[in-house]
Design a protein around this ligand. Structure first.
Ligand code: SF4
Length: 335
């Protein structure tokens, strides 16, 4: 199974069609995060099962070799297991996001995710402090629930990643956050760089992430140091984080632009394919579009982590041997 997913990545890379996709399967959510407005949206949309399976098949045909299933809260979708199962069947490495850990303890969901071939559970983790964490997500006792969920996860083969947004509360205490995640049993940590989006579909922003450029740079500089210690399983590439620091200091000095809309994609709950969660453009609808529509000039308009970090996989050349090495190590960490 793991070999099938790895060889699929290599095959698609050699054919020049390797892609990574975030697929948002619902806008329903339990959390009410201060930096996200999706939970306010009405009506609540859940992707149709048959159409979503067709979408996953088409993405696989287009070379998508990693699928992040997101929302809203994807575990609220009654057919989420079917989507993971189909991604696995198509040899797509896959991750499922979770913001409300109480959902991990219901309906044998962990066993079913494990059986469906889920490669990674990515759980929102904004602070090492339980009170701050509960306040930022508006979920009472969220850390207690997460600790209980982590105990159950430890009895499965599922890998876990603490998904840490750099925000006002933690930019200067990232090591404490990483340490808490490690002590709770998380296999990896991923860092999300704060960004505002005026997208109608995926609005992001709010006071919590209104931190100055200098504070974000402070956080990223610390994250690079922590990455280099090798203690916390930080998966973001140091080269990508440095690229974002350069971008924040002067966008013209960001050496590695983003391949949103070509190699990294966002598919929303209407099956519209967008370059990312930032830009309003729709490249096409995954149910009807052709692969040839996935051509866009490289972009340098924001610092959104998932898109910028995955874009680094397409900048490898003989001049960037350190990037190759980090890329290979990044692939290793995900399997
Ligand atoms: S740089 Fe930002 S706005 Fe441009 S494609 Fe990438 S994620 Fe989207």
């Amino acid at each position: 199974m793991v070999w099938g997913k790895t060889s699929n990545i290599v095959k698609n890379y050699l054919q020049g069609k390797l892609r990574f996709t975030e697929f948002a399967i619902t806008n329903a959510c339990i959390a009410k995060c201060s930096f996200c407005e999706i939970w306010k949206q009405h009506p609540k949309v859940f992707v149709d099962k048959a159409q979503a399976l067709t979408a996953i098949d088409k993405l696989a045909d287009f070379g998508v070799s990693h699928l992040t299933i997101t929302g809203g809260e994807p575990l609220l979708h009654p057919q989420v297991i079917d989507f993971v199962e189909r991604a696995t069947k198509r040899n797509m490495h896959n991750a499922v996001l979770n913001a409300a850990p109480q959902l991990l303890m219901r309906n044998d969901i962990l066993q079913r995710l494990e059986g469906a071939g889920c490669d990674l559970l990515s759980i929102s983790f904004d602070s090492g402090d339980p009170v701050t964490m509960a306040e930022s997500r508006k979920i009472p006792h969220i850390m207690d629930e997460m600790a209980k969920a982590m105990d159950l996860i430890a009895r499965t083969s599922l890998k876990t990643m603490a998904s840490v947004l750099i925000w006002n509360d933690n930019y200067d205490k990232l090591e404490a956050v990483c340490l808490r995640a490690k002590n709770m049993g998380f296999s990896y940590v991923s860092l999300n760089y704060p960004t505002f989006s005026k997208s109608q579909v995926y609005p992001l922003g709010g006071e919590g992430i209104s931190l100055s450029r200098e504070k974000v740079i402070h956080g990223l500089t610390e994250a690079i140091r922590l990455k280099k210690t090798g203690k916390y399983g930080i998966i973001n590439s140091a080269i990508s984080m440095q690229n974002i620091i350069n971008y924040l200091q002067d966008p013209a000095t960001a050496r590695y632009p983003c391949y949103g809309g070509e190699h990294v994609l966002f598919v929303d709950w209407f099956f519209d394919v967008r370059p990312c969660m930032q830009l309003p453009q729709v490249v096409g609808n995954i149910l009807t579009m052709e692969e040839s529509a996935l051509r866009r000039p490289a972009c340098n308009d924001c610092n959104m982590s998932w898109y910028r970090d995955f874009s680094m996989f397409f900048h490898s050349s003989l001049k960037t041997i350190p990037l190759w090495l980090e890329t290979l190590s990044g692939l290793k960490i995900l399997f």
